[in-house]
Ligand binder design. Structure first.
Ligand code: SF4
Ligand code: FES
Length: 222
């Protein structure tokens, strides 16, 4: 079966969770995926998709941000597996955890969780315009809290935890390439996570921007 046979179906208002399941299950199956084994979670995600359908006219992903550009947003209509096959293969799941690889017996650990992927994976976090230059914001990537900073048109990502007393760095103050902790003023270089306090550097993550979307790359810890 080729991807050409995977024709996307449009849904109308009044669609039920069972309607979505009946369409999505064989679609995902042909791509090597199945619904998460956590059925309550599956129903919650599909209920969110139905709410989005009623509001927008299509079943856009509940864990992704729509851009307003119909061509771009077509890539996050559920199931979006064909557009993100490499990334999902590295995670064993789709971004939301609604779908998991058929080989996974227990999807309980994969509910919306992106943690220690086997291979590096680029995780979309927000649209380029969502973070003005000179600002820093918190993003949750799976269970991990990350601060993404923007300096001009450059983006940097670092662990969102100050090593002094665990303040959230994303609530700190940007000064050039430095973020100042909001609690007691320790300063970290957002480019490499270094600080002038001994043994207190924080982990950093590669960031890329592709077609207006900002991605943080997660890798297995070395
Ligand atoms: S990430 Fe999962 S839930 Fe979201 S659109 Fe893709 S397949 Fe659907
Ligand atoms: S918690 Fe960051 S400087 Fe104290």
């Amino acid at each position: 079966m080729t991807d050409a046979a995977l024709v996307r179906r449009r849904f109308l208002a009044g669609t039920t969770i069972d309607d979505l399941k009946a369409y999505m299950e064989p679609f995902a199956d042909r791509l090597g995926y199945k619904f998460n084994t956590e059925t309550e979670f599956v129903d919650e995600v599909l209920a969110s998709e139905i709410e989005i359908l009623e509001l927008t006219g299509d079943v856009y992903c509940p864990c992704r941000v729509r851009t307003g550009d119909p061509k771009e947003d077509a890539k996050i209509v559920c199931p979006c597996i064909p557009f993100f096959r490499d990334q999902f293969a590295g995670l064993s799941k789709c971004w939301c955890g609604l779908f998991i690889l058929k080989s996974i017996d227990d999807g309980g650990e994969l509910l919306g969780v992106i943690d220690e992927p086997k291979d590096p994976v680029d995780v979309p976090v927000f649209r380029l315009d969502d973070l003005p230059p000179g600002q820093i914001r918190h993003v949750k990537v799976g269970r991990r809290d990350i601060a993404v900073a923007r300096v001009g048109d450059e983006f940097f990502a670092l662990a969102n935890v100050c090593r002094h007393a665990f303040a959230p760095l994303a609530e700190g103050f940007m000064d050039g390439y430095t973020v100042m902790c909001p609690w007691h003023g320790w300063r970290y270089d957002v480019r490499d996570g270094t600080t002038d306090h001994p043994d207190a550097d924080v982990r950093t993550f590669p960031v890329s921007v592709v077609e207006g979307e900002v991605f943080v790359t997660l890798s297995p810890r070395g």
